[in-house]
Design a protein around this ligand. Structure first.
Ligand code: NDP
Length: 247
């Protein structure tokens, strides 16, 4: 599918990107800024967020903001405070890209540790649930609100050894579909992206033996991220869309 994306499609929008310091999230934040958005960079490693902030400034895009937050330890109150800060500073929130994710440990099901299960489910599912609940009142005020979750091929096809990560992505797709259905009579659109194999640190950890030079880069898969965040996708809701053809 060819996506229609105007150069200024995100002008005047305020967009929150989680896991914005590295990999796909870093590129999405820069691409959203390049299309006119003011981006809020959320992540746990401040130095990485600052580097993205500096890149956005150097490129001459709208000044970004940084929210340092470790999703593993964050509570409901952290998200309520975060939304209050965004509301005070910007007065609006038009989009959220739930991108931050944890791979955990790939292992046989009967060896999957409880700690790994808890970490992965917390970062990949509970944090998104609590954050989404907190942002709903603000994002519903946008004339064109967008919530994008990040899934995976193993979020709809169970695969041996993918344990907690796969379970968390199934839950993510379920959360997306439930919320999309609830939002169908509003201006908020809720979808998910399956990035497909993409050249990042997480992919290298999951597939250490593959030639990463053969993979798409985060920049290659940005058309779908831009399309689903922009006004052109106003009729798309409740979908999990592949960012690249399946190999
Ligand atoms: P990376 O590991 O490169 O980046 C993940 C980002 O999430 C990092 O910025 C990381 O921060 C952040 N993050 C992880 N844990 C936390 C936490 N507890 N609190 C806050 N931030 C956190 O992964 P990708 O860019 O590859 O993945 C992005 C998304 O795409 C994920 O949801 C992943 O599951 C999904 N995906 C990726 C695929 C791929 O091939 N790359 C394929 C399918 C899905 P820090 O850098 O500080 O650790």
């Amino acid at each position: 599918m060819e996506y229609q994306i105007a150069a200024d499609s995100l002008k005047d929008r305020v967009i929150l990107v989680t896991g914005a310091g590295d990999g796909i999230g870093r590129q999405a934040a820069i691409s959203y800024a390049a299309h006119g958005a003011t981006v809020i960079l959320l992540g746990r490693t401040v130095a990485k967020l600052e580097a993205v902030y500096d890149d956005i400034e150097t490129l001459g895009y709208s000044q970004a903001a940084i929210i340092p937050l470790d999703l593993r330890g964050a509570t409901k109150q952290h998200y309520i405070d975060m939304v209050e800060t965004i509301s005070d500073q910007f007065g609006r929130l038009d989009g959220v890209l739930h991108n931050a994710g944890l791979l955990g440990v790939l292992s046989p099901f009967d060896q999957l540790g409880e700690d790994t299960f808890d970490d992965v489910m917390h970062v990949n599912v509970k944090a998104q649930f609590l954050m989404t609940q907190a942002i709903m009142p603000l994002i519903k005020k946008s004339e064109d609100g967008r919530i994008i979750f990040t899934s995976s091929t193993v979020g709809h096809e169970g695969r041996a050894f993918w344990g907690a990560y796969s379970m968390s992505k199934f839950a993510t797709e379920g959360m997306m579909e439930i919320l999309a259905n609830e939002m169908c009579n509003t201006t908020v659109r809720v979808n998910a992206i399956n990035p497909g194999g993409t050249r990042t640190g997480m992919r290298a950890k999951a597939f250490p033996a593959e030639d990463s030079g053969l993979l798409k880069t985060p920049k290659d898969i940005m058309p779908l991220y831009l399309y689903l965040m922009g006004p052109e996708s106003k009729d798309v809701n409740g979908q999990c869309i592949d960012a690249q053809p399946k190999s």
